[in-house]
Each structure stands twice: as C-alpha cells, then as structure tokens.
Ligand binder design. Structure first.
Ligand code: FAD
Ligand code: UDP
Length: 423
C-alpha cells in the first residue's frame, strides 16, 4: 500500500502509540516492526521533504536513477538483514568494484595482488606477493596499520607505497587529517587484500534494490498503522522537559502539542541537535555532491573511481554501474568532503571518532538516560560509522526490545552477523 502522508498540524498525538524521528533505515525498520508485529499506531516525523534518509534516490533530468546523499551499495554477512529487506525489494546481484586513479593509471582498491603488479611490475610484484603470502597467508586482509608495523624492508616498501599512494591524500581530503590521525578503525574499513579478488566488499550478501531505495522505503513505510509527516523537525515540535535547571539535568519527558508523549520515541537524528548544541556541536564531516551528465553509455570503467593522489574531490561514482540502468546517457557524481559548520545548510555525514568527541557524545547521551521511552538509534543518534546492514539489524533488535517490554516478555536476541563498522 502507498505511504500514508499527513500534515503535522493535523496530527493528534494521542492517536499514536509510538513516535519515530527520521525515516532512514533506523526509523523506517522500527516503524514497520512496531506497526506490523506490535499492531501499534506509529507516527514518523521526518525533517526532509522525502523519506529514505541518506539512501534516498530519484531520477534526474536525464532519466538516470541517482543517489542524492552519497553512493549506497548494500552488503552484509547477516542473512537476517538481507532477507528482511527482501520483503520490500528484489535485490539485484551487483558486486561493487573500485579503481584508484593513480596519476592516470587505474589500480584496484582494496590494494591487492593485481594492484601490486600495476604498481611494481610483474617481476618485482611476484616477489613481494610471495612475501605477503608468507607473512600473512593467502586470501588474507591486512590493515594498512598492520602492514606499516612490519620491520621487514620489503614489507616496509609495500606499506610505504600503499600509504603514500592510496591512503594519505584521500584521507586528508576526506577527513582533513592524515591516516595516522584518524581512528584506526576508519582506514581498517579498506584493507590491503592478499588476493586477486577485485571487489570492494567480500560480504556473502551484496546487491542493490532493483527499483531503487526510495521505492524500498515506500514499501516498508506503506502500512495501515504508519503515518509519515515530512518537513517536520523534532526540535520544532518537541517540548523538552528537564528534571532540573542546570545544563546536565536529564530529560524528564517529551511533550508534543502540550501533552507528554509516553509511548516509545525512537530518535534517529543527531543528539546534539535535539539539545540545540548546549554543550557544543558534535564534530562531523559533511559532503558536497556535484553531478554531471554525459551523452555516452558509460563514462567510467567501474562503479567508483577513487582519486588517491590527485584532484580535490575524493571519488566519482557512475550510478548506471550500480543500478544496471542502460542507455546512451549517463550521470556521474563527484564527492567533495567539507568541515561540518552549519546545521542549517549542511548535512552531518560522518561522525569524527576520537576520545574527545566520544566523551562529548556521552554527555549528550546521559541527558536521555532517565527517559525510559526514549531510544536513540542509528548512525547519527549513536554517533557511529555504521553501514546500512548494521543499522537494519540494530533497528530489528531495538524493535524487539520495545515490543517485548510492552508485552511483558523476554526479548528474543537474533544473531547479528553484520559486517564490521568503524570503531
Ligand atoms: P539516516 O539515513 O541519516 O536517516 C536519518 C533520518 O533522520 C534522515 O532522513 C534525517 O533527515 C532525519 N532527521 C535527522 N534529524 C532529524 C530531526 N531533528 N527531526 C526530524 N528528522 C530528522 N552504508 C552501506 O552499507 N553501504 C554504502 O555503500 C554506504 N555508502 C554511504 C555513503 C555515504 C556518503 C554516507 C554518508 C553513508 C554511507 N553509508 C553506506 C551509510 C548509510 O548511509 C547509513 O548506514 C544509513 O544512512 C544509516 O541510517 P540511519 O537511519 O541511521 O540514518
Ligand atoms: N581510504 C583511503 N583511500 C581509498 C579508500 C579509502 O584512504 O582509496 C580510507 C579513507 O580514510 C576513508 C576510509 O578509508 O575515509 C574508509 O573508506 P570507505 O570507502 O569505507 O569510506 P565510505 O564509503 O564510508 O566513505
């Protein structure tokens, strides 16, 4: 069924059992679970003029299905997440490949045996590959930090090359920091791979929603118990009541249209925004996306090209590789990473993980600890570098906890095999 949209001004909060802030995976999966399994009336408020969070896609003027908030490829080792979403989409069998543009020559990322031959020539590469296999084993993934920690001079040479030509400049562009300055889990997302496998991800389940993400979300949110209010920002409609006057006094209740909302509230936006940044803003990186359309079938040799040594953008993605769309027009997108400075005009895409920022996040989080019906969930509200599959499995688990508490039973713990995320 179609999504049931409403204007927030017409909403009577007492008609709803649960309130969800945000319609990305964290919000949409929880909404569906509470509505369907719990038979609860669910109100979703979303500040953007559309559903689907950062997964939102739409057809551009050239008729190409493009992603508006960064290229999204679904990959997971968790069959539960993959199968759950298969209820709302048919998965295509796409396998993502990334090439680094190394001064005009393409080499596979993650850096692998094939990249080694391009960088060092066949003869030298054969020797170095043998060294890697002897040291780490064949078909093994090694982080750049692990490789750099080796004392063998040949391994050092490989590590230096990869550090300088794959990680250094890209990481500086993406984070404004060197690879040594970012949390090690960030660069560990893209290992060195002792393999000939040129795919970016090796997860057991990988693909793209055949009719796009927005349609997947419309199918998930299209339920008789779910109502969605777009263009509705939590800060503007929430009335926060605190247990005291000092700035660390915890939240005691959330009021909506002059009434305390006592049902579950799942909040998937940034926590600092909810509290109007009272302790200072949580640091994030933002992105600018620049699109270009060409009158040709394909513009790039694969889905994404990373610019690891040149250019001021980090990567270019050509959507037709991801979506399988064909035809003689194509659209590409360049990504420019930026400091996140203005919540009014920018979007917070990447939490900057370090001890100081984690401590600031925890201070915000403690404000919500006493409010039992408040559930911060997802990449923003938890200030983490989560992939989609992790958010889906976490949302399923959170829904189960909410439903179990409501029904007075133990929550069933579904096994989580989500792919590792940063931190
Ligand atoms: P979001 O998708 O950000 O949804 C949050 C929603 O809440 C948004 O719609 C927002 O508008 C709304 N909201 C926020 N604050 C408020 C408020 N105060 N009031 C009302 N509404 C609010 N993951 C992968 O697995 N594969 C990929 O290829 C991949 N590529 C990515 C590329 C980029 C550039 C980025 C930034 C991320 C990528 N991810 C990828 C990660 C993926 O985007 C996240 O895992 C996913 O978006 C998390 O879902 P979410 O619901 O937590 O957050
Ligand atoms: N990275 C890099 N060079 C690359 C690809 C990745 O230096 O060619 C580093 C960079 O620090 C990046 C991190 O690895 O932020 C994680 O990369 P990933 O592709 O997972 O980033 P995302 O797709 O989440 O933007």
């Amino acid at each position: 069924m179609a999504v049931n949209y409403a204007d927030f001004r017409d909403i009577v909060p007492a008609d709803y059992d649960a309130l969800i802030v945000g319609s990305g995976f964290a919000g949409a999966v929880t909404a569906r679970e509470l509505a369907e399994r719990g038979g609860m009336k669910v109100l979703v408020i979303e500040k953007r003029p559309h559903i689907a969070g950062n997964m939102y896609d739409e057809y551009d003027e050239a008729g190409i299905l493009v992603h508006r908030y960064g290229p999204h490829i679904f990959h997971t080792n968790n069959k539960q997440a993959y199968d759950y979403l298969a209820r709302f989409t048919t998965w295509s069998a796409y396998q993502h490949c990334v090439l680094a543009d190394w001064y005009g020559t393409y080499m596979p990322v993650p850096f692998n045996k094939n990249s080694m031959e391009i960088a060092f020539g066949d003869e030298k590469a054969a020797r170095l590959i043998q060294k890697l296999v002897d040291t780490f084993g064949d078909e093994r993934k090694v982080t750049i930090n692990e490789l750099r920690a080796q004392s063998d001079p040949e391994l050092q040479e490989i590590a230096d090359f990869i550090y300088q030509n794959v990680f250094l400049y890209y990481t500086q562009k993406q984070w404004g920091l060197t690879p040594d300055e970012v949390d090690p889990s960030v660069t560990a997302r893209v290992p060195v791979f002792v393999s000939r496998d040129n795919r970016y991800f090796q997860d057991a389940y990988q693909g793209m929603p055949e009719s796009g993400y927005t349609e997947l979300f419309a199918n998930m949110l299209g339920h008789e118990n779910i109502t969605v209010c777009l263009n509705t920002e939590a800060e503007s409609v929430f009335d926060l009541v605190f247990a005291g006057r000092d700035e660390d006094a915890p939240l005691a209740e959330i009021r909506l249209k002059d009434e305390a909302f006592t049902g579950p509230i799942v909040y998937t936006g940034p926590l600092d925004e909810l509290f109007l940044g009272r302790f200072g803003r949580l640091p994030y990186r933002s992105l600018d996306f620049v699109y270009e359309t060409f009158q040709e079938d394909y513009h790039l040799p694969c889905g994404t090209v990373n610019y690891t040594v040149t250019e001021d953008y980090t990567r270019i993605t050509e959507f037709k590789w991801l979506t399988g769309q064909r035809g003689d027009v194509t659209t590409i997108m360049r990504e420019y990473s930026r400091a996140y400075e203005d919540p009014a005009t920018q979007i917070p895409y990447y939490a900057i993980i370090n001890d100081e920022n984690d401590a600031l996040y925890e201070r915000y989080r403690r404000l919500t600890d006493n409010l039992e019906n408040f559930h911060p969930l997802g990449r923003l509200a938890e200030y983490r570098y989560f992939n989609m599959d992790k958010v889906v499995t976490d949302a399923l688990a959170a829904s189960e906890r909410i439903l179990a508490a409501r029904e007075g039973r133990e929550a069933v713990d579904a096994a989580s095999g989500a792919t590792p995320e940063a931190r």
